[in-house]
Each structure stands twice: as C-alpha cells, then as structure tokens.
Design a protein around this ligand. Structure first.
Ligand code: SAM
Length: 283
C-alpha cells in the first residue's frame, strides 16, 4: 500500500492510502500532485498539502458559498479568488439569479488538471456563459477592479504561505472592501483554531478584517482532511449580519439539494466553542 502523508504539526502527521499517483508537476507557482485512492477517491495536493478530494469537498464548497447566498438573496455578481478546482464556482452557479461569476485563480494548471482529473468540481464551470476566468494573482485582480463592482467575494485560497500569502494581508482586505457594494459580503479562508500555527494565522487574518469591516463573524465546519478537521471561514460585510439578516425561508424556497449545509446549520455554524471565542477576542 502507498501512502500520501502531510505534516499537521511538528508532532502530528496525516496519511491517506492511494493506488495511483495520477499526475505530478511543478507549475510556475507550486508543486501539484493528483492521487487516486479508495477512501477519498481522487484528491490533489499543492506543495504537499491536501486541497480537494472527492469525498469531503461537498463540506467545504457548501460552507464557503451557501451561508452568504442565504444572507443576501439579491447577490448577482460574485468574485472567486483562487478556487481553481472549480467547486466553489459550481456551487455559486446553482443559483439561477446569479448573473456574473468571475474567478481569479493564479495557476491555470490547477484548473486544467481539475478539469481532467476532478470532474466532480470542475465539469461544466468554464462552459457556463455567466462565468469569466482570469488566470492571474487575486490581489492584482482586486486592485484593478472598479469600486462597488461585486456583491460577494469568496476567497478560496491556499494557506498564507507562498502564492497565497498576499490574500491574507490588510492591503488585500482593503481592496475587497472597496470593490464590494454597500451590502457586500466577504467570505475568506480562516484556517483552523486547533494547531498553534494555524490558530496564529486565523487570529491575524480575523484581526485585520475586523479593522476594516463593520460586521465580522467566524463560522465553523468539519473538514476531515484538513489539519485537525476543525476549520473556519470568516464572514465580513459592510451592512448584513448572517444571523439577523439571513432570509432562510427564501433559501429553502430555492429547493437546492445540499449534502452538508441546511438552515439549522446556518445558525449553528456561527456558534463557536469557548476556546475559539477566546482566541478571537484576545488577539
Ligand atoms: N479548499 C482548499 C483549501 O482550503 O485548502 C483550497 C483550494 S485550492 C483550489 C486554492 C487555490 O488558490 C489554488 O488553486 C491556488 O492556485 C489558488 N491561489 C493561491 N494564491 C493565489 C493568489 N494569490 N491569487 C489567486 N489564486 C491563488
């Protein structure tokens, strides 16, 4: 049996058995590997860290998209930063009232290889007439975007190392604030509260966003293949609160079938464990 292994902390490793190493290449930006195994199906890693697999991708992609879509049923223009596997775009495109989806992904190879090996996330995304793909740095894309041009920005990025670093900076969050309209929402990767290195990243990202946006929340989900399995997204908005303003009855009327997200979980996911609350209030 062959094993893919990554380090979750200096003294904790996570391994998945695989049958085939489908592809390996060093792109202009990062090391990309696709594997196929029994338990998690096809999965890919960037610079030796798990990104997406067939078994639990629904959790991540439900939770990055649906809480914001339920909070503002009028969302029409969506910007995805990163998201090269296509799963976030796939979920956004399920809403018939969404008119434009722009994806600014730095590495075209992630998208092309996902089209080849991970149709579960990438199939049909490029062909949707509402979709525009830009293969460029997300920070550069937002810097050049007009004021008030998006209702929602979803930051589906790697960790704050290497090419992903710029997406965790104050400069990036300020640009996001500027390009969002008055009801704009920003959802971003908030890492994990459990292992120290990830918790530090989470606290820093949250503090920077809190300094810019008037409404900020953190919500959680269970992601079996990310370090510790306990992962967070940040919710920030210029004027909408995900608990007070969400139109959950409207969301149910869409009739979308989701395997993880539902309206009870919408409320529940914002209820944080005490140790996480403490980390967020003592930054
Ligand atoms: N769900 C995953 C996770 O949380 O680990 C991340 C998914 S992966 C598709 C993240 C994507 O962000 C990668 O395809 C990577 O190329 C892209 N990315 C990293 N830095 C970026 C940047 N500065 N601008 C745009 N895309 C970036």
């Amino acid at each position: 049996m062959k094993w893919y292994t990554e380090e979750w902390s200096k003294e904790c490793k996570f391994s998945i058995a695989y049958d085939e190493h489908l592809h390996s290449e060093k792109s202009d930006f990062q090391q990309i590997d696709f594997y196929k195994g029994e338990e998690f199906g096809t999965f890919f890693t960037l610079d030796g860290l798990m990104m997406v697999n067939e078994k639990d991708e629904f959790i991540y992609h439900d939770m990055i998209v649906h809480p914001a879509m339920a909070t503002n049923p009028a969302i029409k223009n969506v910007l995805i930063i990163g998201g090269g596997d296509g799963g976030t775009a796939r979920e956004v495109l399920r809403y018939g009232h969404v008119e434009n989806v722009v994806m600014a992904e730095i590495d075209e190879r992630v998208f092309r290889l996902s089209q080849e090996y991970l149709p579960i996330t990438a199939l049909g995304v490029e062909e949707d007439p509402r979709m525009t793909l830009h293969f460029e740095d997300g920070l550069a894309y937002v810097k050049n975007a007009p004021d008030h041009s998006f209702d929602l920005i979803l930051v589906d990025s790697t960790d704050p190392i290497s090419v992903g670093e710029g997406l965790f900076t104050t400069a990036f969050y300020q640009e996001c604030f500027r390009v969002l309209n008055d009801k704009g929402i920003l959802i971003n990767q908030h890492e994990s509260p459990y292992f120290a290195e990830y918790a530090e990243n989470m606290k820093k990202a949250h503090q920077k966003i809190k300094d810019i946006f008037p409404i900020t929340h953190v919500y959680q989900y269970h992601m079996p293949t990310y370090p510790s399995g306990h992962w967070l997204f940040g919710f920030a908005s210029k004027s909408l609160d995900p608990l007070q303003d969400a139109d959950l009855a409207q969301w149910e009327r869409y009739g979308l079938k989701t395997k993880y997200y539902n309206v009870d979980l919408h409320k529940g996911s914002f209820a944080l464990s005490s140790y996480v609350k403490e980390q967020l209030t003592h930054e």
